[in-house]
Design a protein around this ligand. Structure first.
Ligand SMILES: O=C[C@H](O)COP(=O)(O)O
Length: 248
């Protein structure tokens, strides 16, 4: 039985005021949740979020550099995140692929660095609207998944979570239907089975893209959807807690 995960990606949003109200509420929720609850605030807030997170709320970063150290102004190494007791890091988010030109090769290197440092990497994959409409969804998504998992040993998979986020559903209010999402999640799991059925069965695959309280339960009850990666709705305590409860 795979344990569900509900992750909040604040992106470049939030403030100390929001943190001071939202994080204690999530810390309380995490104490009784059957799902893992993870928050990924902007890097500057990570320490403050950790101090309020308690023993159950997980805290992760939104990005890391693939090198251990060096002359990379403005960057943060995966080992530094691990040293600060963070548990997770997002890699390959579509905004980083599109805005910062991150390639599959770079994302594979970041994933390896994260796992080698002891973090759980949340690998984000997903197709654009154009790719979906031209019938290339699975080619694109499975290509993004394989580019990373082919570089990992099977032992690393316990430190990998995959998040399927159709780009056309991110921040648009347009959610993939439960059937559309389930189809892609199942295809990802089937592709992973080429590496090892037990490992594929154990992989947590999250859905992201306009997840909200109103659609979370329908998505999370699909057989291959193991929780969500939530953007906008993770900034509202009531909404995000409702989404977390939908995973219970
Ligand atoms: O990382 C989160 C995703 O980009 C989803 O964002 P959203 O829930 O605002 O659509």
């Amino acid at each position: 039985m795979r344990k569900k995960i509900v992750a909040g990606n604040w992106k470049m949003n939030g403030s100390m005021e929001l943190l001071n109200t939202l994080v204690p509420a999530l810390a309380e929720e995490a104490k009784q949740s059957q799902a893992e609850i993870l928050v990924c605030p902007p890097a500057l807030y990570l320490g403050d979020v950790q101090r309020k997170a308690g023993d159950h709320l997980l805290v992760g970063a939104q990005n890391c550099h693939e090198a251990q150290s060096g002359a990379f102004t403005g960057e943060i190494a995966a080992g530094m995140l691990a040293e600060m007791q963070l548990s997770h890091v997002l890699v390959g988010h579509s905004e980083r692929r599109a805005i910062y030109g991150e390639t599959d090769q770079l994302i594979a290197a970041k994933t390896q660095a994260a796992i080698a440092s002891g973090l759980v990497a949340v690998l984000c994959v997903g197709e654009t609207l154009d790719e979906r409409e031209s019938g290339r969804t699975l080619d694109v998504v499975l290509g993004q998944v394989n580019a990373v998992v082919s570089q990992l040993g099977l032992a690393d998979w316990s430190r990998l979570v995959i998040a399927y986020e159709p780009v056309w559903a991110i921040g648009t209010g347009k959610t993939a239907t439960a059937d559309q999402a389930q189809d892609v999640h199942k295809a990802i799991r089937n592709a992973l089975a080429d590496y090892g059925q037990d490992y594929a069965d154990a992989m947590r695959i999250l859905y992201g893209g306009s997840v909200k309280a109103a659609n979370a339960e329908e998505l999370f009850t699909c057989p291959d959807i193991d929780g969500g990666l939530v953007g906008g709705a993770s900034l509202n305590a009531d909404e995000f807690i409702s989404i977390c409860r939908a995973a219970n």
